[in-house]
Design a protein around this ligand. Structure first.
Ligand code: HEC
Length: 144
């Protein structure tokens, strides 16, 4: 076999053997910073949940449920931290995951309260369960 053909085949095999690098999928990496997740998702959604008062129509309850689902989606993103290496390093710590899981569990409690249309349970989930993990995580991880 001519040398050029061998080199060509070798190169071909090299590329075939590394499909992951060739088809690098940017969407598989965290795309948002923690700050963007906080200000664009967490802040407006928790404002909706904490602002709930004398809910009457199904649409009003549904809005709370959707806000809680969106907090869970944000928690899902925060599992891998944010776009920077430092944020991913923070997310590799057990405490980070604990606070994030507490926030997700609180959002689930909100959804349960919505399912029962129980405003007292909704307040309890919002104040006693949803708020504390925000504080804990900020105390430990937010740069002053
Ligand atoms: C798992 C950790 C974690 C949890 C849980 C968390 N945050 Fe954050 N949050 C952060 C970090 C880290 C920052 C700082 C980001 C930065 O400085 O780049 C931040 C920043 C913020 C900011 C921006 C503050 C500023 O300086 O402008 C707001 C608002 C915020 N968080 C709201 C919330 C609320 C509300 C909750 C709870 C429902 C919450 N966060 C839960 C980690 C968390």
């Amino acid at each position: 076999m001519p040398k050029k053909v061998i080199i060509f085949i070798s190169l071909l095999l090299l590329f075939v053997a590394q499909p992951a690098q060739l088809q690098d999928d940017p969407a598989a990496e965290p795309l948002l910073t923690v700050m963007q997740i906080m200000t664009a998702i967490i802040t407006p959604m928790t404002a909706t949940i904490w602002g709930a008062y004398e809910l009457q129509t199904d649409a009003e309850w549904l809005e709370i449920e959707n806000a809680a689902l969106t907090v869970i989606a944000a928690g899902n993103l925060l599992t891998s931290g944010g776009a920077s290496d430092a944020e991913q390093a923070a997310a590799s710590e057990a405490d980070w995951q604990t606070y994030n899981n507490q926030m997700i569990a609180a959002a689930r409690a909100v959804i349960t309260a919505v399912g029962q249309k129980d405003e007292e349970a909704l307040f309890a989930a919002g104040n006693d369960a949803l708020y504390p993990p925000c504080e804990s995580c900020h105390q430990q991880y937010q740069q002053q």
